[in-house]
Ligand binder design. Structure first.
Ligand SMILES: [Zn+2]
Length: 212
């Protein structure tokens, strides 16, 4: 458990990668807070574990999915790269693989952003690929869009959803009614909570397997 003391109005508990994180101002009794939320915590930790196990099984069975194609993992320190139906991985030498994935994702997401931006008749400034810890994407007031490198492991419909979501933010910087109406116009499938959780752990597990 990690306790972050911050002057927030409402203390909250987050479960990040199965770790309990409490964000509360000084003076709040953390143990009491946890005790009051015990059932919620247990239920959600269980869901996280199930999603993680399901992702592990899936990757073991089919290999890692990169832009909708499946690759078997081969340990090969001389050559971190793709080749045919294999992806060669090595912790000591993951930079070239990381660069390759970055460029592939940038190309893929740019295509999606252009498509949705033209539908709404909006312009974006730049697209960045980052390795964010908690988000799939962000959109700044300068109209720069950042995407999480781990999106490369998600299916096409999910990448479409994240692209459309960030493009809708070019018009509305919050998640209010107008934002939702705009997103609806783009006609993408919106993942439910279970799909969101699974996507997160599938991507996380994939990244770990590729030693990125
Ligand atoms: Zn958003």
């Amino acid at each position: 458990m990690k306790v972050i003391r911050r002057a927030v109005k409402n203390p909250r508990i987050e479960l990040v990668d199965g770790e309990i994180i409490v964000i509360a101002p000084r003076g709040v009794d953390v143990d009491k807070l946890i005790a009051g939320k015990k059932e919620w915590i247990e239920r959600n930790l269980k869901k996280i574990n199930e999603a993680r196990e399901k992702a592990r099984r899936e990757i073991k069975k089919n290999g890692v999915r990169i832009l909708d194609r499946y690759y078997k993992i081969k340990r090969d320190c001389n050559n971190a790269r793709f080749s045919g139906s294999y992806v060669h991985v090595c912790k000591k030498n993951s930079n070239s693989l990381r660069r390759e994935l970055r460029e592939l994702l940038r190309e893929d997401m740019t295509k999606r952003v252009l498509h949705f931006a033209s539908k709404l008749n909006v312009k974006y400034a730049k697209i960045f690929i980052r390795e964010q810890k908690t988000k799939w994407g962000t959109c700044s007031s300068k109209k720069n869009i950042s995407f999480n490198l781990s999106l490369i492991f998600l299916p096409e419909w999910y990448r479409d959803y994240v692209a459309a979501h960030e493009v809708a933010h070019l018009l509305h910087m919050n998640h209010g009614r107008q934002f939702k109406a705009t997103l609806k116009k783009l006609k993408v499938r919106i993942p439910n909570r279970e799909e969101q959780l699974y996507a997160w752990y599938y991507a996380r597990e994939s990244k770990e397997r590729l030693k990125l």
